[in-house]
Ligand binder design. Structure first.
Ligand code: PLP
Length: 410
C-alpha cells in the first residue's frame, strides 16, 4: 500500500488503527498455490489465530482456502464466516475431550495431538475419522518459543510413540484419515523441512486409509532487511516431487495440506499509531506513540522487529529513535532505529502487522482495542470499530458495596 493511502486511513478512522491489504493476502495465497500447482489435491487451511476478523476469514474462504483452528470459538467464527464444516480442521493442544467432541459433532475434521485423548476419543467414537499430529522432533528456526517440533515441546505425539499409536488404533478400531505435523514458526532451511517431511512419509506408511497429509506451516516472511524468507517456490518443487512419489507408492492420490497463518497475512498488515511526544533524555530520543504492547505485543513478547516508517514525513532526514508506547510499563517497539525525522503528531506505520498482532491485543491500562480496516478494491472498509468505554464495562457486574456495616472485625 502507498504511504498516502495509509495516511488517509489514519485521518479517516483515527489512530491507532490496523490496516490490511486484501491484495497482498491474495497474492501470497496465489504464490503458495502456484508453487504447488503440480500437486493434484492441494488444500490450504488458513490458520485463523493469526488474524481472525470475520472479513479476513471470508476473504480467504472466497479465495478457496479452508480453515485451521485451535479452539471451538475459532471453529464457530469460521462457520459464521461461511466455511463449510468439512473445510475446517481443528488442531488444538491440551483442550478437553468435551470440547473436541463438541467440535466433532459440528462435522469438523479433528486432529489429535496426545495419546490420552486419542485413546478416549477412539474408544467412544470409533467411526469419526481422526487426524494425528506427529512431533518429528525437528528443530525449525532458532527461537524455542516459536519452535514446536523439538524434544521438549508440548505439541504433537512423538514419532517414538508410533507403536503406542498403532496399538490404540487397533484396540479401538478407530479410523485415521490424516497425518499432520507443524514444526514451528520459522522455516529458515528448506532441507530441514524436507527432512521432517520424510519422517512424516515414513509415519504415514503405517496407516492404510489416509486421505491427506498435512505439513503444517512455519513459512517465514521477512520482517526486517536481510531476513531470510522461506523459498516457497523451491519448497514447492522439491516437496511436490516427493509427495507425488509417495502417493504412487502408497497407491492413492492423497491431499497435500498446509496451514499457513503468517505467510498469508503478516505482510498485508500495517499498524498505524500517532506520535504523542518526542522526548529527549540524556541517552536517546524517544518517540512515544498512542499505543503500547496492549495493541502490538510481538516486539516485547518475541523480540520481533517490525519495521517502522514515518508516513507523515517520508522524505525527512533520518535520525535515531527509540519508539515506545504510552502504557505504564516498558513497551519498547524499537530501539535506536533510523527513521525519517519525527515530529509530534506524525503517524508511524508498523509493517508486518497482519499476523499475531490484533489477535493478541488486550485492554491493558483500560485502553480500547483499535479499529481494523480492510483495503480492498482501492477502498478502505471498516471491518471492526474501535472499542468504546461501554466495551470496558460490558461484562462487569456491579455489586452494591454501599452497606454501612463493616465486614472488617474491629
Ligand atoms: C499457529 C499454527 C499455524 C500457523 O503458523 P504460522 O507460523 O503463522 O504459519 C499452523 N498450524 C498450527 C497447528 C498452528 O498452531
Amino acid at each position: 500500500m502507498k504511504k498516502e493511502q495509509l495516511l488517509n486511513i489514519a485521518q479517516e478512522f483515527g489512530s491507532p488503527v490496523y490496516v490490511y491489504d486484501a491484495h497482498k493476502i491474495e497474492s501470497q495465497y496465489k504464490r503458495l498455490t502456484s508453487a504447488f500447482s503440480n500437486v493434484k489435491n492441494l488444500k490450504i487451511n488458513y490458520a485463523a489465530k493469526a488474524l481472525s476478523n470475520i472479513s479476513i476469514l471470508k476473504f480467504l474462504k472466497n479465495l478457496g482456502s479452508g480453515l485451521d483452528t485451535v479452539s471451538i470459538q475459532e471453529v464457530q467464527l469460521g462457520l459464521v464466516a461461511g466455511f463449510k464444516a468439512q473445510n475446517i480442521i481443528f488442531t488444538p493442544n491440551g483442550v478437553s475431550l468435551e470440547e473436541i467432541e463438541e467440535v466433532a459433532k459440528l462435522g469438523v475434521q479433528i486432529n489429535i495431538d496426545n495419546l490420552s485423548i486419542l485413546e478416549q476419543f477412539g474408544s467412544k467414537h470409533p467411526d469419526i475419522p481422526v487426524c494425528i499430529r506427529i512431533n518429528p522432533h525437528v528443530m525449525a528456526g532458532g527461537n524455542t518459543n516459536i519452535s514446536v517440533g523439538h524434544i521438549d515441546s508440548k505439541f504433537g505425539i512423538s514419532i517414538h510413540q508410533i507403536p503406542h499409536i498403532l496399538r490404540i488404533v487397533e484396540n479401538t478400531n478407530m479410523h485415521i484419515n490424516g497425518i499432520h505435523m507443524h514444526t514451528g514458526s520459522d522455516i529458515l532451511d528448506i532441507d530441514v523441512f524436507l527432512y521432517a517431511s520424510e519422517i512424516l512419509f515414513e509415519t504415514a506408511k503405517n496407516f492404510k486409509s489416509l486421505e491427506f497429509i498435512d505439513f503444517g506451516s512455519g513459512f517465514k516472511v521477512p520482517y526486517k532487511k536481510g531476513d531470510i524468507e522461506t523459498n516457497i517456490e523451491e519448497l514447492g518443487k522439491k516437496l511436490t516431487t516427493r509427495f507425488n512419489e509417495f502417493c504412487e507408492s502408497y497407491g492413492k492420490e492423497l491431499t497435500l495440506a498446509f496451514e499457513p497463518g503468517k505467510f498469508l497475512v503478516s505482510e498485508a498488515g500495517f499498524f498505524l499509531a500517532k506520535v504523542n511526544v518526542v522526548k529527549q533524555t540524556t541517552s536517546t530520543v524517544f518517540a512515544q506513540v498512542d499505543s503500547g504492547f496492549n495493541h502490538l505485543i510481538r516486539p516485547m513478547l518475541y523480540g520481533s522487529q517490525h519495521e517502522i516508517i514515518n508516513i507523515s514525513n517520508p522524505d525527512g532526514r533520518e535520525r535515531f529513535y527509540s519508539v515506545v508506547g504510552y502504557i505504564c510499563e516498558t513497551d519498547t517497539f524499537a530501539n535506536n532505529r533510523r527513521i525519517n525525522e519525527i515530529n509530534e503528531g506524525d503517524i508511524l506505520a508498523f509493517k508486518n502487522a497482519g499476523a499475531y498482532c490484533f489477535t493478541m491485543a488486550s485492554n491493558y491500562n483500560s485502553r480500547f482495542r483499535p479499529a481494523e480496516v480492510l483495503w480492498y478494491n482501492n477502498k478502505a472498509h471498516l471491518i471492526r470499530k474501535h472499542e468504546t468505554f461501554d466495551d470496558l464495562l460490558i461484562n462487569q457486574v456491579t455489586v452494591d458495596l454501599s452497606k454501612k456495616k463493616s465486614a472488617v472485625k474491629k
